[in-house]
Design a binder for this molecule. Sequence first.
Ligand SMILES: NC(=O)C1=CN([C@@H]2O[C@H](COP(=O)(O)OP(=O)(O)OC[C@H]3O[C@@H](n4cnc5c(N)ncnc54)[C@H](OP(=O)(O)O)[C@@H]3O)[C@@H](O)[C@H]2O)C=CC1
Ligand SMILES: O=C(CO)COP(=O)(O)O
Length: 343
Amino acid sequence: MSRRVAVYGAGSWGTAFSRVLADAGCEVTLWGRRAALVDAINGTRANPDYLPQVKLPDNVRATTDPAEAAHGAGIALLAVSAQSARPLLEGWTGQWQNRTVFVSLMKGVELGTGRLMSEVIAETTGAWSDRIAVVSGPNLAAEIVARQPAASVVACTDESTAALIQSACHTPYFRPYTNTDVIGCELGGAIKNVIALAVGVTDGMRLGDNAKAALVTRGLAEATRLGVAMGADPLTLAGLAGMGDLVATCSSALSRNHTFGAHLGRGLSVEEARAATTQTAEGVASCKAIQDLGRRHDVEMPITRAVVDIIHGGRKAAHVVQELMSRATKPEGHQHLPAARDA
Ligand SMILES: NC(=O)C1=CN([C@@H]2O[C@H](COP(=O)(O)OP(=O)(O)OC[C@H]3O[C@@H](n4cnc5c(N)ncnc54)[C@H](OP(=O)(O)O)[C@@H]3O)[C@@H](O)[C@H]2O)C=CC1
Ligand SMILES: O=C(CO)COP(=O)(O)O
């Protein structure tokens, strides 16, 4: 039986994930805010602004009308930029079916509130946690639309909801695992963007692969410390949504966060890097929100702080790297233990 789903956000990931869902047998309505883009998608079966090389199947239709997208859809998936999620959802109240399952495809933390995207969905739709899932993992959109093999995680506190979403997006090239640790999966996805910015900076400065490995490993320690403080399972951060996504994003030239960081490392200003990176680099805004979460939970996050200092504090990357390296030495420690929070 075909399943009707709505995907909100006709950017790279919303478009790519629409095709995953369509390949898995769903009837997809893709919402985009711009009429010209929606017309182009319906007329040419391609998304000229984000993924022009991809042909969308007939079971993906685009619309600018959020209520039309929601009509008859039991699953609503959100793939807009994280900072735009709340105002959009606040404008869409009342259009959902009774038991709609909401799925965040986003990897960011809300500025000002420090809310995870699942929390923003809960606050704006009134849905309980058993109807809110997240999909997070090493999933570069350009590879997924080439139907190259990828694995991911569908997380929901309710296992049957996670299994429902898993079956809605399982294809021969997209292999989703389920998990009940929503916080761990969301934090993994959001923090890896910040670490990818840091790795991009050191790559842009040509500081070498040892520096990259150190940032990825200590970045994982940072993510795990915050995750544990917020109630996540440390093993989630060692999985696809944590380590897996760190590896993909920090090593890929396809990553917008990595690319943004590399521009900074090569000497571009933040504004120049922004102009050169046309698509969403979530870590640029979310790094501040993640730093705030660290402070709130009394967790030391030196790499996140370094990224905030460079992007929002106007500090020179070379000085910040030097500062990171000259911090007091310490044992490596067990990163997942609360006692090692300041490691
Ligand atoms: N690309 C990827 O490989 C992956 C991305 N993600 C996550 O998915 C989320 C979306 O990223 P992605 O699709 O790549 O980003 P893109 O930059 O490709 O697309 C962003 C989308 O958000 C829309 N948007 C931005 N601001 C607003 C706004 N104020 N109101 C309404 N719509 C808005 C854009 O619309 P418009 O075109 O009209 O500006 C566009 O559809 C991010 O959280 C990202 O981390 C997760 C996994 C993989
Ligand atoms: O989340 C992603 C891969 O899993 C995409 O990363 P970027 O947003 O840095 O391109």
